[in-house]
Design a protein. Structure first.
Length: 134
């Protein structure tokens, strides 16, 4: 029995250790709307991602626009407000809204009439069940 407990604790510890391991640092290509291409390393966490360019500058992405960033506490990247470029798949919000408005179909429909339920029949008796617990 003790062997089973020790084995399960070891397996749980091994799985927890692998779950906390960050992903391997890999270089990726970043393609911008103007045709430029840059090599970046994906860093940060799921909730606060950022990228590092080959020359050591940092980028953060907000709604398809990449901004230069600076690191705080060697952990979090915050935007400097200086635009670096736009994603190759970036669309202006006005363009996106116009396309969505043209693709929607509007129809006038009356909602169904809502009336409370009322019993229209004759007499009705609800069966009653009494359960004694003792």
């Amino acid at each position: 029995m003790i062997r089973i407990i020790i084995l399960s604790l070891l397996l749980t510890g091994w799985q927890t250790g692998h779950a906390q391991t960050p992903p391997a640092l890999e270089w990726a290509d970043l393609h911008l709307l103007n045709g430029d291409s840059h090599r970046v390393m994906l860093l940060g966490s799921r909730s606060a991602p950022y990228m590092m360019l080959e020359d050591g500058r940092y980028l953060v992405e907000q709604q398809g626009i990449y901004y230069l960033a600076r690191l705080q506490n060697n952990r979090y990247a915050t935007s400097t407000g200086e635009e670096f470029g736009r994603s190759a798949s970036y669309q202006d919000p006005e363009e996106k809204e116009a396309r969505q408005a043209s693709s929607t179909v509007s129809a006038q429909a009356n909602p169904p009439a809502r009336t409370p339920y009322s019993y229209q029949g004759g007499s009705f008796e609800q069966p009653l069940v009494v359960v004694r617990v003792g």
